[in-house]
Design a protein around this ligand. Structure first.
Ligand SMILES: Cc1cc2nc3c(=O)[nH]c(=O)nc-3n(C[C@H](O)[C@H](O)[C@H](O)COP(=O)(O)OP(=O)(O)OC[C@H]3O[C@@H](n4cnc5c(N)ncnc54)[C@H](O)[C@@H]3O)c2cc1C
Length: 446
């Protein structure tokens, strides 16, 4: 079959690879000049099957309210005159209870485990190098009350087959000696040995290159400007050979040099921009941008830098070593599609990342600000967030139109599996995992 994939992030490229493996003729359309140039570019690098709790939990509404005036808040809600944002927020509130939380965790663990296996197969088959470290993920705490609650979360995860262990400070330091200078602040942690880390951009770009070498056609620097249906069936995709980076506002009217592409099936994998694109053909999905930041620092003292990927509970940030650099990332801002790094909130959030790394492992990285001669490589990305943190993988109500989007905080972790799962669904098979794939008819597989 001829299949067009819209979007060349980790999700689109993984989908392309799996469809290619099944013998399909695949075209990828991407507005950027290369793969993984948007949200998959500089994330926290964690393959985190085990730390998959969604942001929506019973304490989130009160915390979000308390944090609304803090520029450095881990979860910052910035109200806009946007019906989509308010709808999303109401749905999010509906997930902030124990029953929904547990249901969502179960789904996320199932997809995570399936995806981890798919990722291992993919790496074995392709030999792609992406600064992978199989050293586990440690979550460290500086506050006794939060650490006490960590036991409950670990027990919940163990119920779903995740081996998250509660560890004391000594064990934490034994596992990751890079925390030594910060030891007096630590009260304990949790650890999952089976989690990993690695560079999502390097991986995605290498996989895209392999797809291309095996015959996938790539239309880079092409905007998708419209989807066209004939009755209830997808008929074509209109693309334009310029990159504006502004899909929400794109319109087929007044557009010159539009090319029309036809295929048997179309897959929307445009991350946060999937929702405005799909709305044009009457498919309404609650995917909204959750802005996050990262900083990538040059490591000055490799022997003192961490190997284990980590989560800092107090600041809700994650850090991973990528060769001779340290990536630190986190926080979520539910505002709009703005990617600026040049606003008071953005500057405060970026500075917080530098400050925290200097506090936790002083002198290990070059965290100096640009004005002091440093080069911290700040970045912002828009997580395609859903109220549950569960992505939409499946067939929409438009025949021939599929979606693979809404991976929120875990798109790198769930990337390989999401591509495989969609390929299975397109072949009429049910992916082997206890995960409810999206089905616009209201039925669920899994
Ligand atoms: C700060 C931060 C830290 C994170 N840390 C982690 C982590 O440690 N582990 C983890 O698992 N996940 C993490 N994530 C989440 C993960 O990065 C995302 O879920 C994932 O990258 C989403 O991939 P995607 O392919 O859906 O989206 P994207 O990578 O954004 O890809 C979508 C593509 O579609 C293209 N596109 C959009 N609209 C159009 C159009 N109209 N025409 C043509 N092309 C279009 C875009 O250019 C883009 O390349 C993090 C995210 C952030 C922001």
């Amino acid at each position: 079959m001829k299949i067009i994939i819209l979007g060349a992030g980790i999700i689109g490229i993984s989908t392309a690879w799996h469809l290619l493996e099944q013998g399909h003729e695949v075209t990828v359309v991407e507005r950027q000049p290369d793969a993984a140039m948007e949200t998959s570019f500089a994330n926290a690098a964690q393959i985190s099957v085990s730390y998959c709790e969604p942001w929506a939990n019973r304490d989130a509404p009160m915390k979000a309210l308390k944090w609304m005036l803090s520029k450095e808040a881990p979860l910052l809600f910035r109200p806009r005159l946007s019906w989509q944002q308010w709808r999303w927020s109401l749905l999010f509130l509906g997930q902030c209870n124990d029953r929904a939380f547990e249901r969502n965790v179960r789904q996320l663990v199932a997809l995570g485990a399936y995806s981890h296996a798919a990722m291992k197969d993919l790496v074995a088959d392709t030999g792609i190098a992406y600064n992978r470290l199989e050293k586990g993920i440690a979550h460290y705490y500086t506050d006794q009350k939060s650490f006490d609650a960590a036991g409950e979360a670990a027990a919940l995860m163990r119920r779903y087959g995740v081996s998250r262990q509660v560890i004391d400070r000594a064990e934490l330091l034994r596992l990751e000696p890079a925390l030594a200078s910060f030891s007096e602040h630590l009260v304990g942690g949790t650890f999952t040995a089976t989690d990993e880390s690695g560079d999502a951009r390097a991986f995605t770009q290498a996989l895209a290159a392999k797809c291309r070498a095996r015959g996938v056609e790539f239309l880079y620097s092409h905007d998708v400007v419209a989807l066209k249906c004939l009755g209830n069936t997808i008929e074509s995709v209109a693309v334009r050979a310029t990159s504006t980076g502004a899909i929400g506002q794109n319109d087929i009217k007044n557009v010159e040099s539009v090319k029309v592409l036809k295929a048997d099936h179309v897959v929307v994998a445009c991350g946060s921009y999937s929702a405005p694109l799909l709305r044009r053909v009457g498919v309404s999905l609650p995917i909204y941008p959750g802005k996050g930041y990262s900083a990538t620092f040059k490591i000055l003292r490799p022997e003192a830098a961490p190997q284990v990927s980590m989560i800092d509970d107090e600041k809700k940030i994650a850090m991973s070593r990528l060769g001779n650099e340290l990536r630190v990332a986190g926080t979520i801002e539910v505002g709009d599609y703005n990617l600026t790094l040049d606003s008071p909130v953005a500057r405060a959030r970026c500075r917080m990342l530098s400050r925290r790394i200097e506090q936790v492992m002083p002198g290990v990285c070059d965290t100096r600000a640009p004005e002091d001669g440093g080069n911290p490589n700040y970045w912002a990305g828009l997580r395609p967030a859903t109220p549950t943190n569960i992505p939409f993988i499946g067939q929409t109500k438009v025949r021939g139109l599929w979606v693979n989007a809404g991976h929120g905080t875990l798109g790198w972790t769930h990337g390989a599996g999401s591509g495989k799962a969609l390929t299975e669904l397109m072949a009429g098979r049910v992916p082997e995992m206890a995960f409810n794939c999206y089905d616009a008819t209201g039925k669920h597989s899994g």
